[in-house]
Design a protein around this ligand. Sequence first.
Ligand SMILES: [Ca+2]
Ligand SMILES: [Ca+2]
Length: 430
Amino acid sequence: MRISRQICTGLLVLALAVGCGGSGQVRNGPRHESSDAIAAGRSDECQLLETRTPNVPDQRPAFAGQTRACGVTSNVAFDVVVLAKGLEHPWAVEPLPDGSLLVTERPGRMRVVSGSGKLGPPIGGVPKVDAGGQGGLLDVALSPGFARDRTVYWSYAEPRKGGNATSVARGVLTADYGRLEQVRVIFRAMPAYEGDKHFGSRLAFGPDGKLFVTLGERSDASMRPQAQQLNSDMGKIVRINPDGSVPDDNPFVGRAGARPEIWSLGHRNVQAAGFDAEGRLWEVEHGTQGGDELNRVEKGKNYGWPVQAYGEEYSGQPIPGSATAREGMEQPVYYWDPVIAPSGLQFYSGDAFPEWRGNLFVGSMKDMRLVRLVFKDDRVTGEEHLLADRSQRVRDVRQGPDGALYVVTDMPQGELWKITPRRPSSAAGS
Ligand SMILES: [Ca+2]
Ligand SMILES: [Ca+2]
């Protein structure tokens, strides 16, 4: 091991953050290698968290630390309370001010679960969804003024002429949580398409009061090019006013042939988006195999898909016409090869876990865990995987007003978890 570590160190410039197996050797077992740390300009060694062979071993990151960060350990003791069970493919959890939680179930139901775990009945007034494949009732978000206006926003696969597409509706939640009233569809992504994949669909209100909506490119080869086309919402993040109208200061307002709601382009399928403590938008998107990405999203920028990407087709073939770096396109801040299949994110800012402040939590469906990322100067410097022992697909993670983290799992009998600091009286183990 000592010899291999020295060799790794010697090769660090070539190996960069894919580790010393970058030339394609099969690598087995845990390694204690220092290529990431040293390539990132540090003299300390670190243990890589990801030790599996990359899907595309000969691809090279654009900068040191863009993939395979050092493994880090929280040393934070926490309890996981299972607040609800038997949820059918829950897609989103949204904490309410009174300590209860709004949850969506993909077949088309929205419910409230009380802070003590009482599962409410389906809320009335939710329009029909096109449930099938990845489609159905998807995200939910509270109006920034929810305490006054009781308004709730949700995204869903809407049945349309010609197929379906992602839409956003809003409604006013009655005081008894029984119904949504004054329901109105405020946004319809265009065009419709006959398919059941890549609806995107996270909703995030910015500090500017605008609603950001993430949209997938519908997956099929015929639809992919639309991620680069400004006359389509596919593969975009859009920015709208809370009533669905388009803000005047969007980047493509007034450009002939461009849809004015577009904020950023070149996305594949974004199911995780949110704002950091500085009010900046980040997203995590599904790549093909070997290409999941973390991006910081800026106005009018192009994030590359399908002509700039890491990874390869599920067949193992190269992505046609794609390179890992192109002029004028944004590099991901971080990428995963192999992928984690990310959904849901939360920058932690609460008081319950001071050690986690500023960290980014991301759900992993494929590997069935909660991913924690540590940053320095907007680069990922550490990664930890939590809750892997539960073997459930983590679909969404949100911070409650109490500083607890709330997680839903995408299973036929999915669960809602509450993660809190370990009480002194509780048993050892997490
Ligand atoms: Ca949400
Ligand atoms: Ca990209």
